[in-house]
Design a protein around this ligand. Structure first.
Ligand code: UDX
Length: 447
């Protein structure tokens, strides 16, 4: 199939590359010349395991092309995929200006009937109908519209795209149903065909539900700390119930990234537009925004005033295996530390450059290794669960630190590993450990 993908961000680039890997002829279009130039030279603007190799393979096979010119690829294609960004506006609503501009350009370039125009960007319910109307205004050729939301995760984007749990096809058009089923059939049998509005809603509802699971387990973790239970065991026990499932029940410092924060806010706005107060989701967001500050509260309860204290930070990206720092909890945590006049020494395996360019504060000392950040620090905080961190023996960490205080925001170390250490260890929703011994929580909470 000849496909043109508009937008070479995460979703557009990964989808385009994966469709070419399936044997389709794919042209990826982007306005940003520098990005296209990079991609043509085999350089990848984002860090995503396996992506570079697949780009190289499919470019060499002649199935994958990058260009800034939209007209010719649209005219050659039988399907166009819109995968441009829908960032948040200040009020939380999705900014649709980029996708509308792209749709208009597509409409003006169409030169034949039966084009299938697919939206992969996350858009509020009703947007595809707006896109349909806009395209109709600018072309006399027949075309069909479909919503095929994307569920890939950063860091495992290739695997998620080539082995999806399900494919959602939202369209009223028979041609679009047939072509999209044909395109996705090699990936999965789990293809759900529905109307456009439901497809748009499935994406928001899925992300909102996953965000809810995370905030739920984070609140359970906060209670576990007070009653002396272990949230990892609680989550394991809950997860075996197939109705609940074990994924997205890892307690920590809360979710970040390009999707959950943006999509939860957008869904609250969508509900608000139809006079529905989405109370549950508002609480999910509130819980998430507060969870990260537990790191600061813990530091202050141990060290007292943080002024002049050296705090080592391990992990700046919103999750491991990515250099993406969008909405990373590390921003709020580091701002808070600097506001309290602590000295911050930060390290991340690959996200330092992105983080530094977005923090806008020059007081942070960025380090080129985990050891350098931890050396002589008054406390070490783990904010992202990079394997590199969990592989460092705790006795080494103890040697590096000035005071043996370890705040683990992602629960990456086990009780067994702590046994032979002198560390004071505080994690999320698990018993504190002091010199290898569990700190008991007195039963004072029982009335
Ligand atoms: C998410 C969705 O998973 C994906 O389907 C959608 O297309 C885009 O948004 P992504 O943002 O790449 O993907 O990362 P994900 O792995 O879902 O993690 C999101 C955030 O939740 C991270 O900050 C992660 O640390 C956090 N998280 C995830 C938890 O705190 N606990 C968990 O159990 C799972």
């Amino acid at each position: 199939m000849k496909i043109t993908v508009i937008g070479t961000g995460y979703v557009g680039l990964v989808s385009g590359v994966c469709f070419s890997e399936l044997g389709n002829d794919v042209t990826c279009v982007d306005h940003i010349e520098k990005k296209i130039e990079m991609l043509r030279n085999g350089e990848v603007p984002i860090y995503e395991p396996g992506l570079k190799e697949l780009i190289q393979k499919n470019t060499e096979a002649g199935r994958l092309v990058f260009t800034t010119d939209l007209t010719e690829p649209i005219q050659k294609a039988e399907m166009v995929i819109l995968a441009v960004g829908t960032p948040s506006l200040p009020n939380g609503e999705a900014n649709l200006s980029y996708i509308m501009a792209a749709a208009k350009e597509v409409a003006q370039a169409i030169n034949k009937n039966n084009m299938v125009i697919v939206t992969k960007s996350t858009v509020p319910v009703g947007t595809n109908e707006k896109i349909n109307n806009l395209i109709m205004e600018h072309t006399n050729f027949t075309f069909s519209i479909a919503s095929v939301p994307e569920f890939l995760r950063e860091g495992s984007a290739i695997k998620d795209t080539l082995h999806p749990d399900r494919i959602i096809i939202g369209t009223e058009s028979e041609i679009a149903k047939r072509k999209l089923t044909e395109l996705h059939r090699p990936l999965t049998d789990q293809i759900i065909i529905t109307d456009v509005r439901s497809a748009e809603m499935i994406k928001y509802a899925s992300n909102a539900f996953l965000a809810t699971k995370i905030s739920f387990i984070n609140e359970i973790a906060n209670i576990c700390e007070k009653v002396g239970a272990d949230v990892t065991k609680v989550a394991e026990g809950m997860g075996y119930d197939r109705r609940i499932g074990s994924s997205f029940l890892k307690a920590g410092i809360g979710y970040g990234g390009s999707c959950f924060p943006k999509d939860t806010q957008a869904l609250i706005q969508i509900a608000g537009h139809v006079d529905y107060d989405f109370k549950l989701l508002k609480s999910v967001v509130e819980v998430n925004n507060d969870q990260r500050f537990n790191i600061i509260r813990k530091l202050e309860s141990i060290l007292g005033n943080l002024q002049g204290k050296t705090i080592a930070i391990w992990g700046l990206s919103f999750k491991p295996e990515t250099d993406d720092v969008r909405d990373s909890p590390a921003f709020d945590i580091i701002h808070s530390l600097l506001d309290r006049h602590a000295k911050v020494r930060a390290y991340d395996p690959i996200a330092v450059k992105n983080f530094r360019s977005q923090l806008n504060r020059n007081e942070v000392h960025y380090c080129s290794s985990a050891e350098e950040a931890a050396l002589q620090a008054d406390a070490l905080c783990v904010l992202t669960e990079w394997n590199e961190f969990s592989e460092i023996p705790l006795l080494e960490i103890q040697e590096w630190l000035k005071r043996p205080i370890l705040i683990d925001g992602r629960n990456i170390y086990t009780e067994e590993e702590l046994l032979d250490t002198e560390l004071m260890y505080y994690s999320v929703g698990r018993p504190n450990m002091n010199k290898g011994v569990r700190e008991e929580v007195p039963l004072l909470f029982l009335k």
